[in-house]
Structures are given as C-alpha cells and as structure tokens.
Write a protein that binds this ligand. Sequence first.
Ligand code: GRF
Length: 208
Amino acid sequence: MQRIAVFASGRGSNFISLFSASQAEQYPGSIVLLVSDKADAGAVSFAKENAIETFVLDSEKAKGRLSLNEEIAFRDACLEAKVDWICLAGFMRILRGPLLEAFEGRILNIHPALLPSFPGLDSQTQAFEYGAKLAGCTVHFVDAGVDTGPIVAQRAVAVLDEDSPQDLAHRILEQEHQIYPEALARLFNETWSRQGRRIVFANRKEST
Ligand code: GRF
C-alpha cells in the first residue's frame, strides 16, 4: 500500500476524488497527509472532517515559488509521515528543490490542459480564447519547471461552440476527477519505465 501526501491550496475537489478512490478496498494507495499553504482552503476543512492528518503553513503568497524554509518544512512533514508519493492537486506554488530531491520521480501533478499546450495559470481560459477545439487534462511528473515533467496520462475534452470558459473548465474537471486516481493506480499496480520523456507501461500484450 503506497502512502500518499496530497498538496492543495484551494477547494480540493481533486483531493476529494483521490480520497474517495482510495477508500475502495482494492485501491493500492492511502492518503496519509494533506499539505497546504492556505489555512482556509476547502481541502484543509475536508481533511479535518475526514480525520486525515494535515500540515499547513499559511502563506499570503497566492502563487510563485515556495521559499526554501517552506519547502524544507513540507519535505520534513512528508518524511515524518513516511510518505511514498506526493500528489499536487491545485497546489498553486512552484517547488524549488528540497522536495524534488527527497521525492525524486515520486511527485505528480494534475494540470487542466493537454500539455505541452497551455501550461501555467488559467489554462482552460487560455485554450478557450486560443480557439482550441480540443482541451483536456494531464497527469504528469513534476520537475523543476512549470508543468514540464513527463506525461503519465491525458484525457481530451471537446470544446463546444456553445461553451463558456466556465462550462469548459467544469467538463475538464469531471475528467480530472477520473484520470488522477486511475493514473496513480496504474503507476502503483503496473510495470512501467521512463524512456526519455516517455512513460511506458509494460503490461501490454506483445504483438506476434
Ligand atoms: C484543477 O483544475 C487542477 O487541474 C489545477 O488546479 C485545479 C484545482 O482544483 N491544478 P481543485 O482544488 O482540485 O478543485
């Protein structure tokens, strides 16, 4: 059973979907810690209501890099909780080093766009305003860049002519809630490797 810390700064709907999935008997991971940089985040309330351990360092910064001290404190909380994997889920701050070193290759993020298109903030509106006909979401490994790590899974969503940016964001979010727990379970249950930037799952039948 893999021990997971979820990092969230906001409402926490992805955190809740990961938690719900982890409650299933066969699910190969368990959420042991919720980390946040916002004391009033919905994710923090949900964790408290559901007896999930929390580690919160309240920050006035809404975005940007964590300070070294903040990141070391988050890292130490994860090490103390004997965390195997970290899932960023609407965590609005950028990692700078200590967490990436301590949990190398074991930090994931969900991004509401089909990367490498539309990294960064407000991706759904970026895709909408660009006029993309397909949008979607991506689960990817976290590296030192912004939304640049190797891709684990993606799900596409059609952009409809009658959509508002909010409609599109809502339909992408529905897919996020499915794809993140599924991608994690695949990483935990299946054999996979990293080939350059490609994450390749090996459980496919060999063609003859
Ligand atoms: C999601 O759209 C996620 O892809 C992005 O931030 C948003 C967080 O939403 N990284 P929630 O807090 O999980 O509801």
